[in-house]
Structures are given as C-alpha cells and as structure tokens.
Design a protein around this ligand. Structure first.
Ligand code: AHR
Length: 631
C-alpha cells in the first residue's frame, strides 16, 4: 500500500522542472535541426572544398578540358571565401555537393534553392541545378538564367516526385566564361512554422511535444571550445546568416568517438534563433556563456582575471540583447532581426562544466557584475563533471559560501547508479543553492563509450531516478537529459534522446520517460509513502506524486524495476481523489529492447477506468513506468 498525502508538503513544482539541453553535437544543429541541406555552402571550411566535388574533373589544375574552380578570399568580410568558376570550350562543368551525409528529399515537397553569383567575364548565360538520387540519376532540375554583372542573388524552387535519403546537388555551367559564387543553399519550404531558412519541422515537433520548461543552449562543451579562440561567441551568430563566421565544431575531434572532420558550425542557428525557438516551445531561454576557460578536457586555456572583462561584458550585453528596450544598442539589434518585444530572459549560465579554483574566481567576477546591473537575473553556476569527486565537493562548498543561486550538476553513469541514487537529493541542504541536474543519462556500457544504447533498462533507471528529482522539487528546480539529438550517420556520443537521419526521426524510450514526467509535472508536490517512508527502491518500487492545480488532477508516478508485476493499493490520506483514472504505462518486452527508425515499440499507452471510494488498486507491470492521473 502506498499512502498518498497525509502531510501537506507546500512545495511547488517549478515550471522549469523538466527542460531541454541543446548542443550542436552529433550534427544536432548543422546537418540536423537547422534545415540547410548544403554542407559548406559558402566554402568557409578550413578545406574550402569540403563537401564539394568537381564532377568531371580530378584536380584543381587549370589545364582541364571543361573548367576549374579556385577559392578566392575577401579579407574584409567575416565570411571571406567564394568560389571562382572558370568554364572552357563550351563544355559542361559540374560542381556537386554531397550534403550532410547526403541530402534528404521528400516526395511532393518543395525546396528553395538560392545562391549569390557575380558574372565576371565571358559568356556563361545559364546554369542548371539538379538533384540526383543515390544512383546519380537526375530527379529534379531547375534552369537559371544569369543576367547582368555584379553580385546578385538567384533563387529557384525544386519540386520533388521521389523521396531520396542521400541525394546530391549538381550545378552545371554551360558556355565559356568566369563567374564567382557564394552561399549556395537548399532548404525545405516546409520548415517549423514555415520560416524561410528555418528549422526541421519533425525535430522541433518532438521538442514541442515535450512541453519543456526551459531550453538550455548552445551546450555543452562547445560553449567552452577546445581553445578559447574556438569558444562559442554569441555576438558572431547574429544578423544576416551569410555574414556569420564559421568555426570548426569542437565535436569534430577531441574525445569524440566518431570523428567528423567535416563538422563545422555555420551558426545559421544562432542566438536569435535559439531565443525564438525557446519562445515557440513556451520554454524559458537558458543561455550558457564562456567564463573564460576553454574545455578542461582539451587545452583548458584560461583568460587571466585582469583580461576577463570582455567575457563579462558579453554576458551583460546578452541580457540587453534579450531583454533590453529597442533604444538600447543590443535591444535595437534584436528588434532589427525581427523581435522588438523582449524575450524576457530570466536565467544565464556562467561556464558550462568547469571546476576548481580557476572556475570559482571567474564565477565571482561574473556574478558581481551581472547582479550589480541585473539583480533579478538568476545565475546558473557549474559543479564540474561526474559528481561526488574532489572537484565536485570543492565546487559545491565554495558556491554555497558565495550564496550561488542554482548549481548545475552533470552525471553520466550506469543504470544501477541511477536506481541506487533515487535518494540523492533527500539529504541536500534545503537552505543552499538550488540544483540544476543539467546533463544526465544512464550509460548502458560506460561514459563516452561509442556503443551505449538507448535501451529500456537505461530509460527505466532514469524514470526511477526522476521520481527522486520530483520528490525533491524544493531543491531540484531544473533538469535535462543530455545529449538531445544524434544523426544516425554523424554522431560522436551515445546515448542520445532523439535519433534522426536525413528523412526521419524516432523517439527513444528515454524520450518517452522525459515526456511523461514533463507532460505530467503538475504544480504542487504531494507526499507519497510506504509505512511513512519515501518510496525509493524498497521492493524495487519508486514513486512520486503531484497535484495539478490548473486541471484539478492528482498525478502519481510509479516505477517498478522488478521482474514481477506488483499489485499496489493507493490509499489517499487527507486528499480527495476524483473518480476518473487514466493509467499510462511505458514498458518493453525486454530490458535490452530499443526503438528504431522502423518502429517505436516502446511508447506509452493509456487506459481509462472509474474508481470509487478513494482507495484503489492498480497493477504495475514488471519493469514498467506507470503514470496514474486521477480527476
Ligand atoms: O553532453 C555531452 C557533453 O558532456 C557536454 O558537451 C559536456 O558538457 C559534457 O561533458
């Protein structure tokens, strides 16, 4: 028997309790949610022809039959490179782009194709753009007439009558002459909210369905960079996308398991777009900024304390960008980008996953400056990776002394660790900082191992653990699984919440656990106990309960990690229950079962019934997570 209520806890579940961690790892942004289909669209990668091929040539040598391509640079620009194409002898010269592990095209969909071109000399009066399937067969073609001199933007629309997962783009130049080209771009028209140059709809929909309380961006380690020069600099991600400076993605190397040397950040998904996405999702924006420390797993480069000011200023300017009046410098830039209304940002993170004295002394400087100007902004500080080590203890001790507001903890650990730690926050100091469980995921093999699976065992252990997060909602106010996305052909890190390829995506069992918690977070914590004790693993049962004041519902979450079904009696004490019971069950045939692109076998199913007299009994299947909603 589980007793419900009995003590009024008076603890609110924060609207931010379950959120999203977004990082451009595993092709999450470029090649993923940012719907651009052309890789290296403006030749800015360190190897400017990465992703591009001259179809009927073997080298860049000018002594060719049909033509050649040379990269030119304009150093006055942030986006310097462009391609000069010289075509000889009235032959066809073909330039081909491979996309991000191919270009995904859907039957009956339309695609916006565009490029900038300068007609330099000679007579190239038309080019033909084609999309080809995996066998090199042309499946759609658009002819484009070239007119006038000077740089001009050209656009055309492809219509598709076939679905192709790994298509290519070919541009054929006919005639003899010289043109310059840049920003060669291909976007589906059917993006999230139909925005031009926007985000991939199926992927954003999955985020929307989570009803996340916050969106943390842009990471993760890419905030820090392998070197300080490669850190994420939000100011460089604003304005016209063609002018946003590329950098190599941290996840192209380092301890990334599947190295992707062709992984760059175009910043087409930049800070404005992150704020806009937060707004679309109804989630609080939670940007995390560099605190002047490069990733300590890489170079660990440090900015001297006396030189930290530009970094601190970046944080202050970001708050002005998000919240400032349109008369302010940064508020004006936001307004010019299309959002005169403030984004109403309430949180900012100082450093991603830093630790030690170096972090604390930098945090202090940020905290002082931010709160002097913006006392209402809540600051997230970090406790470093893998809790419970020496650095973690030190970080927490110091941050407590400094009255830090919210401390970010990251833990990637075994499923056993997660079930054994359902009581992790029971003894946390109620008068200390709040906890942001900002990155966590159960690892089926081990941390940063390439073959971790998103199997049911990992998801079930996370569900068990999450009842402990919820029971401690007075201390834990924000939580997020990490990483969020992974491209099936472009990942570096496993496990991940949502997997996708160029055409489809699927939700893992871990996703459904997150969704059930987030969609049923309620507003007020209710006590649930067995013989007066919190239900945190006795008889392999875990439980938490909330009231949803808006919908007048009581919601009970029960996790059974036993291989036997359990019959549980719910005994309401001092709580009046309604009579409509909705039971949602998430389970799998085996602990090692997984979802995949073909089928989502592991997903919640609902049953409705009527209960009488308050007390009722429910069956909780073996190895299952059950949500009971009573209205
Ligand atoms: O989520 C993957 C990585 O794990 C994040 O970038 C980093 O913060 C952590 O080490």
């Amino acid at each position: 028997t589980l007793d419900l209520g009995g003590t009024f806890t008076n603890i609110k579940i924060q609207p931010t309790m379950y959120g999203i961690f977004f990082e451009d790892i595993n092709f999450a942004a470029d090649g993923g949610i940012y719907a651009e289909l052309i890789k290296n669209r403006s030749f800015e990668f360190d190897e400017p022809l990465t992703g591009w091929k001259q179809q009927n040539t073997k080298t860049l040598s000018p002594n060719l039959d049909s033509g050649f391509l040379t990269i030119y640079s304009d150093d006055s620009k942030t986006n310097k490179n462009y391609a000069r194409i010289t075509v000889y002898n009235d032959k066809n010269y073909i330039l081909e782009n491979e996309g991000f592990r191919g270009i995904g095209l859907h039957k009956d969909a339309k695609y916006d194709f565009s490029f900038n071109l300068e007609n330099v000399s000679g007579n190239i009066s038309a080019i033909t753009a084609s999309l080809t399937d995996e066998n090199g067969k042309v499946i759609s073609t658009v002819p484009i007439l070239i007119k006038g001199k000077g740089w001009q933007k050209y656009a055309a629309v492809f219509s598709l009558s076939k679905t192709v997962e790994k298509a290519k783009l070919q541009i054929t130049f006919t005639g003899s002459g010289v043109v310059n080209m840049d920003m060669i771009s291909l976007f589906p028209q059917d993006t999230w909210k139909g925005r031009k140059g926007g985000l991939r709809k199926d992927l954003v929909q999955k985020l929307y369905d989570l009803q996340p309380g916050f969106l943390r961006f842009p990471g993760g380690c890419i905030v820090e960079g392998r070197t300080l020069a490669e850190r994420y600099q939000w100011k460089k991600t604003l304005g016209n996308v063609a002018d946003r400076e590329y950098i190599i993605n941290k996840w192209s190397s380092g301890f990334a398991h599947r190295l992707a040397p062709d992984y760059y950040q175009s910043f087409g998904l930049g800070f404005y777009e992150y704020f806009q996405l937060s707004e679309d999702l109804g989630a609080e924006p939670l940007p995390i900024l560099s605190c002047g420390m490069a990733c300590q797993f890489n170079t660990g480069e440090l900015v001297h304390l006396e030189e930290l000011n530009p970094f601190v200023q970046d944080a202050l300017d970001l708050i002005e960008f998000a919240n400032g009046d349109i008369k302010t410098k940064w508020g004006k830039i936001r307004s010019e980008m299309g959002h005169p209304q403030p984004f109403n940002m309430k949180y900012i993170g100082v450093g991603n996953e830093q630790w030690g004295e170096d972090y604390i002394e930098r945090y202090k400087i940020f905290e002082k400056a931010i709160h002097a100007k913006y006392p209402d902004i809540k600051i997230i500080s970090g406790s470093g990776p893998s809790p419970d080590g020496e650095f973690f203890e030190y970080g927490w001790k110091e941050l407590k002394k400094l009255n830090a507001q919210i401390v970010d903890e990251h833990y990637y650990n075994s499923p056993e660790w997660f079930t054994q730690n359902a009581g992790r926050y029971d003894a946390y100091d109620r008068s200390g900082p709040k906890v942001f469980a900002g990155e966590y995921a159960a690892q089926s093999v081990g941390v940063v191992k390439p073959d971790n699976k998103n199997n049911w065992q990992t998801a079930l252990s996370e569900a068990a653990f999450m009842t402990g997060l919820e029971r401690n909602a007075d201390v834990v106010t924000m939580t997020s699984y990490a990483p969020l996305f992974a491209h099936a052909d472009g990942w570096q890190w496993t496990p991940d919440l949502i997997w996708f390829n160029n055409l489809q995506s699927y939700a893992t069992p871990n996703y459904y656990v997150q969704k059930l918690f987030s969609n049923n977070k309620g507003t007020d914590l209710i006590k649930i106990s067995e013989n007066g004790n919190a239900v945190k693993g006795q008889n392999q049962l875990f439980a938490s309960a909330v009231k949803d004041r808006k919908n007048n519902e009581v919601i009970i979450k029960i996790v059974n990690t036993d291989s036997q079904e359990k019959s549980i009696e719910i005994n309401p004490k001092n709580i009046k229950l309604g009579s409509k019971l909705t039971k949602t069950t998430l389970t799998a045939s085996q602990l090692l079962s997984e979802n995949n692109f073909e089928t989502e076998n592991i997903k919640p199913f609902e049953e409705n019934s009527v209960i009488k007299n308050g007390r009722f009994t429910v069956e909780i299947p073996a190895n299952s997570f059950v949500v009971l909603k009573i209205k």
